[in-house]
Design a protein around this ligand. Sequence first.
Ligand code: FNR
Length: 779
Amino acid sequence: MTQVRSSAPGKLYIAGEYAVVDGCAAIVAAVSRYVTVSISDETLNEELRENLQKNAPSSRNYCGAITSDAEKYKPLLWARASDGSIEIQNDGKYAYVLAAMGVVDAYASEKCAPNINRKSYNVHISSELDDAKTGRKYGLGSSAAVTVAVIRALCKWYGLNLSTPEICKLALIASSSVKKSGSGGDVAASSYGGWTMYRAYSREWLEAELTLVKSGCSDFGELLHKKWPRLEVKRLNVDKSLKLLVGWTGSPASSAKLVSSVESSVKTSAEGSTESSVETSAFDNKNQLFTYEDFCKQSEICVQKLARAIEKFEISEISSGFAQNRALLQKLSALTGTVIETHELTKFIEIATCAGVPAKTSGAGGGDCAIALSTIYDNNVIETMKSTWEANGIKPLNIDVTEIFGTGKPSENIVLDAFAKSREPNAQSVQSCTIQNRKDAHIALADKQYKTRADSDFDKVRFVPNALPQVALEEIDASVNVLGSEVCDSVHWCSPIYINAMTGGSDAAKKVNASLARVAAKNSVAMASGSLSAALRDETLLSTFSVIRSENPHGFVMANVSAGTSASDALRAVNMIHANALQVHLNAAQELVMQEGDRDFRNWLCNIESIVSACEALSVPVIVKETGCGISAKDVHRLKDVGVRTVDVSGRGGTNFVTIENARRNLGDCDYLADWGLTTVESLVDIRKCDSLKNMEVFASGGVRTPLDVVRALALGASAVGVAGEFLHTLMHEGEDALSLQIDNWKKQIRVIMALLGCKTVKDLQEKTEFVRADCLGK
Ligand code: FNR
């Protein structure tokens, strides 16, 4: 007999209930009560089979039985349809189990899983999530836990090795096919374990994607690798001394019913039904108008604050966060006429609050459990509270938050960090904008506006193929020697690609920089920091940049400053991260669209001249770069005249700071500038036409999306090629390991394309290649 077994924990909502259904963040903890699923090919005992078959249609091709420890779930035979797919029962029995089986089955077939022939099996479920004696539900998310446990067990059964985010996505697909509402926060908690911050995916999007899968235009593999709009699952790093306390009121509640009661109240009022007893808004106790939208907005802010407090272990902040979340839920209750905090739940909270312990309802409320957060050092207080709860008819449950599943690496977070607060920045937030949230908004908006195909004109650059390359792949050397001058020895880069300037200046940016730096180190590619202006003004932000050097002590790192920076500050920036070179950025279009941006660029050329001479004195190479609007040959001449030897054209077509800043303004009044500037290809072509610029070193960036774009840029005269938006996108959606793999793959592919063109070196690419439609490229 072959048998495999897997478990998944239940969950409790910590904060953000109800609003999570409408795309706001919630905190969910996985708790130490499990559903365990065993899959086996044991022959069914004759008596059971006969009994089951008596009540089942005889025409079916039965493949196994589903059984459960819980008496109320009677055993069921399951079958396959004639096309081999799992037949879903109409009476809703074991609906989550069957849905999970169906999803893993389809995915395993697609992937030709090692044990895909094991098509018949029995499933046995045992659960600790309900009351052992009475079988009554505690409200710990048994549907989600059983879905995740079946998915895990069946992946083992078929020999599939899936990551935590993949398990989570498969479970979300399965559970969404059964439950037509709900956020999926329970599924994320059961999949990830520990503490998570969760934001729900777009249901409409997933439904549309599943239709594509059904019609054969897509498959589950593709769906798992796609970016799921809005979905965020981020592990919270919580100190083990924080103690979760849970009390059960004894009265089960239906979350689905409560959520749909709130939803229908909100919907009725939004539709403007004058008959409805529910108003669109209500007056709160300060006599101020309070709407459902207010509830969602305030819940988001409260959850973000609570997540920080929980991670920092700040009990007083947790207390105020809980009180705020509770007050919001009370307002929602008044607004929609839904009873969220029952008498028993209020008792639980009051007893804890009297003892100085933060407490609130958990999940939809209306019964089920309430939670409190204390520390393991407060044993006496906890024991007294427990006795008082018991005396008041509330049963303390012996529950802890579980360990995490998976590696725990940040790369397993579905979205790297809580950029949520800057996700949809509005005009008001710009007014009170700090550098930190501007940096987060840049990352969030660059990602939101990311397009797989850039408009950078690279597609117009078509090589004349070389049918007789006359080279061997092993002879191809894509390394470059760059940044050499009379005062600086040239530097050898084993690959022509570098990670271009992006970020720094906020906690989230620090994490991005740390990841990029580790990837740069692993793949031996150069990397630039984001603009250090923030750290030059406020040294407390330094670590958000210097992490680049600490994570990549021996790599080639470029510091980045604006053209308005003084020479002494530019050198200070180089020292801050022990950089090997300095990038000076030109971003006039961005500054002018940005409400708080610079308006005076009169000293730029003069500054650049001083920076170059100060850096030359210390043998620090300088690269003057645009930030997405390109540089013309004429401007390269002007830069050359003040001593610049290397430019990075960073042209239009990829990340676009005009549209990013325009989105931050939320006015849309600068839309007409979206196409400002030269594309990367236009800039390169303009520069290569000028003989007098033959000695200028040109780097290319802006809209580089593929290894072929890199080779095209090199052939058009670039000595090295920078990538920002594309790599950021991979990092944010697939994580650090995926980015590392992508860069490694690009390095290999660049050599493959060079071989295809019969070019052994980058110099060959520039001298020997020919383009189709050479006239348009000026060659
Ligand atoms: C940037 N870029 C940038 N450039 C710079 O010189 N200093 C900076 O601080 C930043 N900040 C920044 C943030 C983010 C989130 C992105 C995506 C980009 C511009 C970047 O280096 C590059 O010039 C452009 O993004 C064009 O390249 P891509 O993104 O199309 O590959």
